[in-house]
Design a protein around this ligand. Structure first.
Ligand code: TYD
Ligand code: MG
Length: 457
């Protein structure tokens, strides 16, 4: 076997490759991110099949019309939120990458899938936790399926050796950063290792037609470590996110070759694992007995789902020179823009006040349809009046103070009525997009921010 040793420099931030060291990565512009990695090329790397004779897919050209689509029958998991995000179930032969911050619940989500999937043999490979730790976690989430096999191993060649006799129907890898392939000499977790291990797994999934779930850590910047290159190699990229101090978790598809990326799964982390949340609005709205000033309800779309969201703000006199603007779950730049509109168009002097804005429940939203609710919440705190808890505000606010229509208003007002709202404030231009107004909801259209103000202050 002829072997040649080669070293290359990889950017640890974007994965770009370079023959010599550079201070700044020419591809992503990151400074001091080039790290030398030893790559040992060997002939076995180019072996046509990872497991000889196991390929279930013939590689002759087929006419498009002759390809049988019903072959692609999806495996339905008991977790309906996961099915939804994957576009209707697990596609055999697909490779799914799951990213998320440490401690967010990636291992729990996958172990739950592994222990609750009926009539399938599942191999859960963990390079992070011992078998005992996994067993303890399985007991905690009450997963007691005996067709779930645990393998504590980091070497991909050994993993494939174990896969061969077991022939699992689903493989879960926790996590890709701990894996190590003997075909390459650099350390586990380095860009070239991550890339090599993923490509071996992708090759296996395609050859044997078995779905593979890969857990990946994310970097400080919020991208999956071992970065864009990985995202190109896999079929689906899911992001598991949420606030550590809250129990809600959101599973979002960032890329999906087999379904839409606008789907979203919502979970709650409980004492016994992750629970699917069927009606998220119910959990995001609080039950105030005495309504407070500064609280306002808006309707945001996350994927294809409508969420009624409570926005809370506090406007108070700034004690120090520069007033603070602080947000949780909302884009601070958008807040600054809305403050400028409130100040300029509405004439409220907010420049000397500290402003704090929270989206309650610990979720992050980007929908511009919340603009009006944000403005109302700030005003409610500033002028100290209470917005009734059965009013919902749905409109984007333009720079000139005009209220703009947003997408799927019909769906939003239907959800508002379902959640017990009595009045919905919307943009005048959106009225035509509500062909079937809910019978018990009063819809109040307004053209500008000033028109709404005359109603409230
Ligand atoms: P984990 O799945 O280990 O996160 P990751 O793999 O993304 O690093 O989740 C760990 C957190 O979840 C941990 O802080 C404890 C919490 N947790 C619960 O609250 N309830 C449970 O039933 C389980 C299993 C974990
Ligand atoms: Mg983990």
């Amino acid at each position: 076997m002829s072997k040649s040793v080669k070293t290359t420099y990889f950017c640890q931030s974007c994965g770009a490759e370079s023959a010599k060291w550079m201070g700044k990565c020419p591809s992503c512009g990151a400074w001091n991110s080039m790290v030398e990695e030893v790559i040992q090329k060997s002939d076995t790397r180019d072996r046509p099949h990872l497991i000889q004779g196991k390929s279930k897919v013939s590689n002759k050209p087929k006419r498009l019309a002759d390809i049988n689509v019903s072959e692609e029958e999806r495996i339905l998991s008991p977790d309906s939120e996961l099915n939804r995000v994957l576009g209707g179930g697990i596609v055999p032969g697909s490779v799914v990458l799951i990213g998320g911050e440490p401690g967010i619940g990636k291992s729990t989500l996958m172990l739950q899938l592994a222990t609750k999937l009926e009539e399938k043999t599942i191999l859960y490979v963990s390079g992070e936790e011992s078998e005992k730790q996994i067993r303890m976690r399985a007991e905690r989430i009450q997963g007691n399926k005996n067709q779930c096999y645990i393998l504590s191993e980091v070497n991909t060649q050994n993993i494939f050796k174990q896969i061969e006799p077991l022939e699992p129907d689903v493989i879960i890898i926790d996590s890709i950063q701990t894996l190590f392939s003997a075909h390459i000499e650099s350390a586990a977790g380095s860009i070239s290792q991550i890339r090599q291990c993923t490509s071996e797994l992708v090759k296996y999934a395609k050859e044997v037609h078995v779905p593979v779930f890969i857990i990946g850590h994310i970097t400080k910047e919020g991208t999956i470590a071992g970065p864009k290159v990985l995202e190109h190699m896999v079929d689906t990229v899911l992001q598991f996110e949420g606030d550590r101090h809250h129990s809600y978790r959101v599973l979002r598809a960032l890329k999906n070759r087999f379904g839409s990326v606008s789907e979203l799964g919502i979970y709650e982390m409980s004492m016994s694992g992750l629970r699917e949340v069927i009606n998220p609005s119910e959990m995001l709205l609080s039950d105030w007995e005495n309504p407070l000033s500064g609280v306002c309800i808006g309707a945001a779309m996350e994927g294809n789902r409508t969420l009624l969201i409570e926005i809370q703000s506090l406007v108070s006199n700034a004690t120090y020179g520069t007033p603070q603007r602080s947000t949780t779950g909302f884009d601070p730049k958008r807040l600054n823009m809305l403050l400028a509109v409130i100040e300029k168009i509405g004439g409220f002097p907010l420049a000397t006040y500290d402003i704090f804005l929270n989206i309650t429940g610990g979720i992050k939203v980007q929908d511009p349809a919340l603009d009006l609710a944000v403005c109302m919440s700030i005003l409610s705190s500033f002028r100290n009046f209470v917005i009734p808890h059965d009013s919902c505000f749905i409109a984007e606010v333009g720079l000139g103070g005009e209220l703009r229509q947003v997408g799927q208003v019909q769906q939003r007002v239907v959800e508002a009525q379902k959640m017990g709202m009595k009045t919905a404030y919307i943009a005048k231009s959106a009225q035509k997009n509500i062909p079937n107004p809910p019978s018990e909801l009063i819809i109040r259209p307004f053209a500008t921010w000033n028109d709404i103000l005359s109603e409230w202050v």
